[in-house]
Design a protein around this ligand. Structure first.
Ligand SMILES: [Zn+2]
Length: 396
């Protein structure tokens, strides 16, 4: 009776302490295991980070902010995060430089030489991943949002892009963009899973301001690294099995032309893809035209631009169609160099411009794809992200 409360008084704190100690041990081991699993997923991985553009090529630019500088700084920060997780990181450049042949900054081969250098660095080092960092710009200042691209036929690239995009959008909760397939040279030519990360629009005042701060760049680097981590935590079998499967495309291509209207594909104002406008024609006149003449008419409407305020032009109004020819159901389009006029320099704008041409052309029965040249140069480019060295169709 008398002693009991004393015993209890002694026991309670002891029991309490023991419980706390046990709990701490359990939590501690759990955290350690968890941490071990996370860093294990990145340990010894070779990751190539490619800060887009550089040197003579500023990339997109707006009010004195150059894409090449933003890309480099975010890449350096990303290297730091990944190295702290045990990755081997190779940067294609860690200073402001390009890989052009000296004195050859323009024309069909120039950009390809620069990009090939970056790609072969990744192949010769047997990189596990290739991460190219870019920034966007667009004439409409209110357009904003980070986005991630993968190659249409790389399911593992898609998984990587989706993971990165998911972590990026946590920094930007109103960003509803999903990872997208893009027909970019870098993605077409790399053998390992590869993505292009567009860290934001330097043309949007709010996003530009954020992109100029170190804290924001750090959080982008951290989000990309977290995305890479989640990618490697996806069971290896899923990543590898899916690699062998040709991805099924959800894009079916444009609707076939009707008997008295064709469609001209412009950009949606939201930049989330294409949207058609109808143009009517007189069937009796139309039916007398050759396929290349029909293509020429549609291209001229595309260059003229949209009539709806919900749509955006995809090509400079100064662009001239120099020639259109047909070979084995492939339309060969030759544009004047004005197609580069007023081009913002961003990968997104380039992707949409190419798609608007391809979709507007492949609605014509008998056209299975297009090739594009600029002033007769095949292998040229509007802005250096999409190189016209292959046949383009709605599924490319
Ligand atoms: Zn770029």
């Amino acid at each position: 009776m008398y002693h009991r409360p004393i015993i209890l008084l002694i026991r309670k704190p002891v029991l309490f302490s023991i419980t706390i100690v046990i709990m701490l041990v359990i939590i501690g081991t759990g955290t350690l295991k968890f941490k071990a699993a996370l860093s294990q997923s990145l340990k010894n991985k070779v990751i190539v980070i490619d800060p887009g553009h550089g040197g003579a090529d500023p990339g997109a630019h707006n009010t004195g902010v150059k894409e090449k500088d933003v890309n480099l700084d975010v890449s350096l920060r990303l290297r730091k995060v990944l190295e702290s997780e045990g990755c081997t990181v190779i940067l294609t450049r860690d200073v402001d430089k390009d890989f052009y042949n000296p004195g050859q900054y323009q024309g069909r081969a120039a950009k390809r030489i620069d990009l090939n250098h970056r790609i072969s660095l990744a192949s010769s080092n047997n990189a596990d991943l290739f991460i190219s960092i870019h920034a966007n710009s667009f004439p409409r200042r209110n357009t904003y949002g980070m986005e991630t691209y993968y190659h249409q036929k790389s399911p593992s690239g898609k998984i990587l892009a989706e993971n990165i995009q998911e972590h990026l959008t946590q920094l930007q909760l109103d960003n509803k963009r999903k990872a997208k397939a893009g027909d970019y040279y870098l993605l077409n030519q790399t053998k390992m899973p590869a993505v292009i990360v567009e860290v934001g629009f330097i043309s949007n005042p709010r996003e530009r301001k954020l992109l100029l701060t170190g804290d924001y760049r750090d959080s982008i680097a951290k989000a990309i690294a977290d995305g890479i981590k989640s990618y490697f935590e996806t069971p290896k079998e899923i990543r590898e099995i899916s690699e062998g499967i040709q991805s099924v495309t959800s894009q079916e291509g444009p609707a076939p032309i009707s008997k008295d209207t064709y469609k001209v594909y412009f950009s949606k104002a939201s930049l989330d893809g294409l949207s058609p406008e109808e143009r009517s024609f007189n069937p009796s006149v139309w039916n007398k035209l050759t396929l290349t003449q029909k293509a020429d008419l549609i291209l001229k409407d595309l260059i003229k631009g949209p009539t709806s305020p919900d749509h955006l032009s995809t090509l400079s109004p100064k662009t001239k169609v120099l020639s259109v020819s047909l070979n084995n159901n492939i339309l060969n389009l030759n544009f004047s160099k004005d197609i580069r006029e007023n081009f913002s320099g961003s990968a997104l704008e380039e992707d949409i411009a190419v798609k608007s041409i391809v979709w507007s052309m492949t609605q014509l029965p008998g056209v299975k794809g297009v090739t594009i040249s600029i002033e007769g140069n095949y292998g040229d480019s509007i802005g250096g992200h999409v190189i016209f060295d292959h046949m383009l169709n709605p599924r490319s």
